[in-house]
Write a protein that binds this ligand. Structure first.
Ligand code: GLC
Length: 534
């Protein structure tokens, strides 16, 4: 195994930190950079190796930071550039990397580039965005915005439409324009010069659209991707990612992780395309198919196996259970008490697979979705589609630090209501309890940090989901770990190879047997790690 196999973004756990909801240091109800600094010891204690910060750039917050006005400034609600520099320094002095969220598909409609572009048809920056005249008095194409309605907005001043794949306040940039590419790459350089370690590329598969502006085929049942045939996933996007990789790597050991959104059930081939050869486009790519799977060991196995099978030789997998756009993993798997057991099990899976694990803030304490009353909804999607879709706020509520007022997140009313369960579910309480979900995450992360087998070892599938059991070996330099996960609410006895003796290293249940031979009994929803002795 070459030296470059031991890179930080392969072996470390990455924490997805939604800045607005992490910790409010100045009492305005909004999380901020100083807040992260004040809670930094917690992140160190957790054992994560990198932090992905949700967008902190200057923004009118129509889409909570995914509508950027200035790529070189910190939004005043999060602090100042000096706070960012302090955070970066603190992180680096603790060997923790900082990953910025980079929105390349669109800017805010208040961004100076768009103000210029929309000022006249002859403006030099006109072509930096996507403008089109009407087609027989109608919109130029049948493309739909991901946030509902047509993706074209009429501009009265210049009598043309501009394209927006999301809100009308988020006009799409024209990545086919070379000047725009250069200007944007300069914004990226700015952060590389400051010393950031990588970027999470927002909806990177949307950035290039069909050159001929063809209509998308009408939706066919079971073929959701075809629907976006011409408005997403055009081949040229990958060429731009390759250039970006060259740029970031000219600054050393940097990383790009891409959000390639494909609608449920997910399409890992589309995702894998963005890894290209594995060493020339994205370093990592999110695949949401695990998130979209029903609770079923066979389905989970299929997802992981397909990902492993189709990965380019030099590619590296990534796993994630939740994020700021989707429901929290804790709530996804049905109702009742077993939700808690399933949270232990899925995190064992996440932290023992071959690939980089991403943890969404609060996942480590089992934060749950909070129903938000209409008057408190902030997400533009929730506002627009209520009551059919109540938006994404439910998985963005303030971090639950303690049982103090506002869950210890702030000393004034937070921007989103705190989950009502914060008395029961909070960091302070779980730090005191030996068997809490938080302690379980901490154990597994620290075990992973010390264990080359989990960081780099091959994965060999052993139990492919029959009887609800998912099991795999992780193998590295003649050492083998065996991870077994019981997805069912039944106890199961599993025969083991008679020649082998195993030592129990960890169980999601509190169990005493240390030496395991001939067979193993797995309790309901139990997950274990065994180490091969002979
Ligand atoms: C991505 C972000 C999401 C945002 C959208 C538009 O999907 O994760 O939060 O609303 O892009 O930028």
């Amino acid at each position: 195994m070459g030296e470059n196999e031991f890179v930080w973004w392969k072996h470390g756990v990455i924490y997805h930190l939604y800045v607005r909801s992490f910790y409010d240091s100045n009492g305005d109800g909004v999380g901020d950079l100083q807040g992260i600094i004040q809670k930094f010891d917690y992140l160190i204690q957790l054992g994560i190796k990198a932090i992905w910060l949700s967008p902190i750039y200057e923004s009118p917050m129509k889409d909570y930071g995914y509508d950027i006005i200035n790529y070189r400034e910190i939004d005043s609600s999060y602090g100042k550039m000096d706070d960012f520099k302090l955070l970066l320094e603190l992180a680096h002095s603790n060997q923790i990397k900082i990953i910025m969220d980079l929105v390349m598909n669109h800017t805010s409609d208040k961004h100076p580039w768009f103000l210029e572009s929309s000022s006249s048809i002859t403006n030099p920056k006109r072509d930096w965005y996507i403008w089109k005249s009407s087609r027989n008095g109608k919109v130029p194409t049948n493309w739909k915005s991901a946030f509902g309605g047509s993706s074209w907005e009429w501009d009265n001043k210049t009598n043309q439409y501009y394209l927006h794949s999301f809100l009308k306040e988020q006009p799409d940039l024209n990545w086919r324009n070379k000047e725009l590419q250069l200007a944007f790459f300069n914004e990226v350089r700015f952060w590389l010069e400051l010393g950031v370690d990588g970027f999470r590329l927002d909806v990177i598969n949307y950035i290039v659209k069909d050159e001929k502006f063809r209509d998308n085929p009408l939706i066919k049942w079971g073929k959701p991707l075809k629907h976006q045939l011409y408005s997403r996933n055009r081949g040229t996007s990958i060429k731009i990612v390759r250039k970006l990789r060259e740029l970031v790597e000219s600054y050393g050991d940097k990383m790009l992780v891409g959000e390639i959104y494909t609608p449920p059930p997910g399409n890992n081939q589309t995702v894998l395309n963005y890894l290209d050869q594995g060493d020339n486009a994205l370093h990592l790519a999110f695949d949401f198919s695990l998130i979209f799977r029903y609770w079923n060991a066979k389905k989970y196995f299929k997802c992981i196996e397909t990902w492993e099978k189709n990965l380019p030789e030099k590619g590296w997998p990534t796993y994630v259970l939740s994020n700021h756009d989707l429901l929290r993993s804790y709530n996804r798997f049905g109702i009742g008490r077993n939700k808690h057991q399933k949270a232990y099990l899925t995190s064992l899976l996440l932290l023992t697979l071959r690939g980089t694990p991403f943890i969404y803030y609060g996942e480590e304490i089992g934060m749950q979705n909070q129903k938000i009353r209409r008057k408190h909804i902030k997400d533009p999607l929730g506002i627009k589609f209520w009551p059919f879709f109540t938006g994404r706020d439910k998985s963005r509520t303030p971090m639950q630090w303690s049982e103090n007022k506002y869950a210890g997140f702030s000393n004034s009313k937070p921007w989103l209501p705190v989950n009502r369960n914060f008395f029961r579910v909070n960091v302070e309480k779980q730090l005191k309890s030996p068997y809490s979900l938080l302690k379980h995450y901490m154990f597994l992360i620290s075990f992973r940090n010390r264990n080359k087998i989990l960081q780099h070892g091959e994965i060999v599938f052993v139990n492919t989901g029959q009887n609800g059991i998912l099991g795999y070996h992780r193998v590295f330099e003649n050492q083998t770990l065996y991870i077994l996960l019981n997805f069912r609410n039944t106890v199961i006895t599993l025969p083991l190879n008679r020649e082998e003796a195993w030592e129990l290293i960890y169980s999601t249940n509190d169990r005493q047997d240390k030496l395991i031979q001939d067979f193993i009994v797995l309790e309901r929803y139990e997950g274990i790690i065994l180490n091969l002795l002979s």
